[in-house]
Design a binder for this molecule. Structure first.
Ligand code: GLU
Length: 326
């Protein structure tokens, strides 16, 4: 069935509404998609959790939410800009750079219609190296076969920045692979790469796969460049990957990272964003139970941290009603 696209939302014809059995009202069905990342990451299950809560009350609002696996943060903001996605999970640094037209968005310019909804879990930069590859610090990656991430992913954007800040180029690696997260663990354990970089919440399926299929370790990312980035930018912070979370890494690992955030476009109607936000916060315990990376979230932090684009008015209305915002 052909769907009409209005304001970036797929709005089905009244016919579809009438056909769906059990729908009491002739309310329009509206379709929204949430862009996430690879299926072995955390964005994908988190997007699934968001949609599940929205869809639970579909009879009341007519909004049908679907989750899409994508190339990651940079892909998601670009797809929102193009009207192909209504929502996306993106790294806080990517949100900032997209809204301000910086870093990888310098060519396309500021994405002024980007709007924040709330922030989510922390995403430490996670370097996983095969045991025996002689990688025990970030600088050991020089000369090695490293997956720096698929274009469009947040880890690729972060690796590009680190490589530049260190004064390296991709030619400093024996191989700079561009694998998607779903491919990287097999590549590591098959000895096709020595290490991979992934900006991801924990625990993540991909890291579990890499550390249980073969012997591999999580490597710290520390030093002057990291100190400077954390000091200069509000969206980078020092982070620790807890020892014992993954097989082979018993000690805490120091690194730095970003926050995951949910963004949308100013073109997405207010009631749609309101409904999504309401679905999450009215079922907050079920939401945070849906993935261990969400376990420690609080509504206060989700609306005050990690967001640099203006808040979408639909989200703002809900937060004001709750007394969480002036
Ligand atoms: N942070 C990654 C990205 O922006 C995605 C991580 C995940 O899928 O959980 O591409």
């Amino acid at each position: 069935m052909k769907l009409k696209r209005i304001l970036g939302l797929g709005v089905a014809t009244a016919l579809l509404g009438a056909l769906s059995a059990g729908t009491a009202t002739a309310q329009e069905q509206r379709f929204v998609s949430v862009g996430t990342g690879g299926v072995t990451g955390v964005y994908y299950p988190v997007g699934g959790a968001l949609c599940r809560l929205v869809n639970q009350t579909r009879r009341d609002h007519g909004i049908r939410c679907s989750v899409e696996s994508t190339g990651g943060s940079v892909f998601n903001v670009n797809a929102i800009r193009g009207g192909d996605l209504e929502f996306g999970v993106v790294q806080s640094d990517v949100q900032y750079n997209a809204f301000n037209g910086e870093a990888s968005f310098a060519d396309t310019g500021a994405h002024e219609d980007l709007r924040s909804v709330f922030s989510l879990h922390a995403e430490p930069l996670t370097i996983v190296a095969r045991a025996g590859a002689n990688v025990s610090a970030f600088d050991d990656l020089k000369g090695k076969r490293v997956n720096i991430g698929n274009p469009g992913s947040g880890q690729r954007a972060l690796m590009d920045l680190l490589i530049e800040e260190k004064g390296w180029t991709n030619a400093d690696f024996a191989l700079a692979a561009e694998l998607a997260p779903a491919e990287q663990s097999a590549a590591l354990c098959d000895n096709n790469i020595d290490a991979f970089a992934y900006t991801v919440g924990h625990p993540a399926g991909s890291i579990e796969e890499a550390t249980t299929t073969c012997d591999s370790v999580i490597v710290p990312v520390e030093g002057d460049v990291v100190d400077r980035l954390v000091e200069e930018s509000p969206y980078y912070f020092k982070a620790v990957i807890p020892g014992g979370m993954y097989r082979g890494t018993e000690e805490d690992v120091n690194t730095f990272g970003v926050g995951a955030t949910l963004v949308t476009s100013a073109n997405v109607p207010e009631d749609v964003v309101y409904t999504l936000v309401q679905s999450v916060f009215e079922n907050f315990d079920s939401f945070t139970d849906l993935h261990p990376a969400l376990e420690n979230l609080t509504p206060e932090e989700m609306i005050s941290q990690g967001n640099s684009a203006p808040m979408h008015p639909g989200a703002e209305r809900y937060y004001q009603e709750q007394g969480w915002l002036e």
